[in-house]
Write a protein that binds this ligand. Structure first.
Ligand SMILES: [Zn+2]
Ligand SMILES: [Zn+2]
Length: 185
């Protein structure tokens, strides 16, 4: 299994390759070891994000978008040149070939499993059957949660400088509730 993830401590994105029985995910930059939860990997299936506490993951086509767009633009430019020279068959031939390459590319590329919460990407898993495609409701839930967290984080310094007691309580609840998120941000 190959993982692309953002380290919760140093916040740099790293790549890791994990063997079947590995006990921890290690950040290649700062060496932080993220222990793998007991039931996270079962029968080659991933049930839990290894870089954050989320259990919601979605399947995404691992399509190299930049390459796809480059092929389309290149095909269009070449066909324009052919059209300019009145090479009619060649023009449509190039356009057809461009579309065919994109379709083939889409059909041949594999799937990646992506975490809704931290965006970690997992590739070369034995099975992804436990997860579904992207769901907007789930995404929105995590987006709002992240927005709330960054709002609390932004409020904390001013509250601390005023020495108020109430904001301290909110800081505590956010630490216990969202352990790794507050550590990472
Ligand atoms: Zn790190
Ligand atoms: Zn995650």
């Amino acid at each position: 299994m190959k993982i692309n993830f953002a380290c919760p401590r140093c916040e740099r994105s790293g790549r890791a390759e994990m063997a079947a029985g590995a006990g921890a995910l290690v950040c290649p930059h700062c060496g932080l070891e993220l222990a793998i939860p007991p039931a996270a990997i079962e029968n080659g299936e991933l049930h839990h994000c290894l870089a954050c506490p989320s259990v919601d993951l979605f399947i995404r086509k691992d399509f190299p978008q930049r390459l796809g767009v480059t092929i389309v633009i290149l095909g269009f430019a070449i066909s324009c040149f052919m059209w300019w020279n009145y090479w009619l068959y060649a023009t449509f031939g190039v356009l057809f070939a461009t579309a065919l390459i994109d379709v083939l590319l889409f059909a041949l590329v594999g799937d990646a499993l992506v975490c809704y919460r931290c965006g970690a990407e997992y590739r070369q898993l034995e099975s992804m059957a436990a997860h579904g495609p992207f769901n907007l409701d789930t995404h929105e839930r995590y987006r709002q949660q992240a927005a709330r967290l960054s709002q609390t984080a932004a409020l904390q310094p001013t509250a601390a400088s005023q020495g108020a007691t109430a904001p301290k309580a909110t800081a505590h609840t956010s630490v216990s509730g969202e352990r790794s998120a507050s550590a990472g941000r």
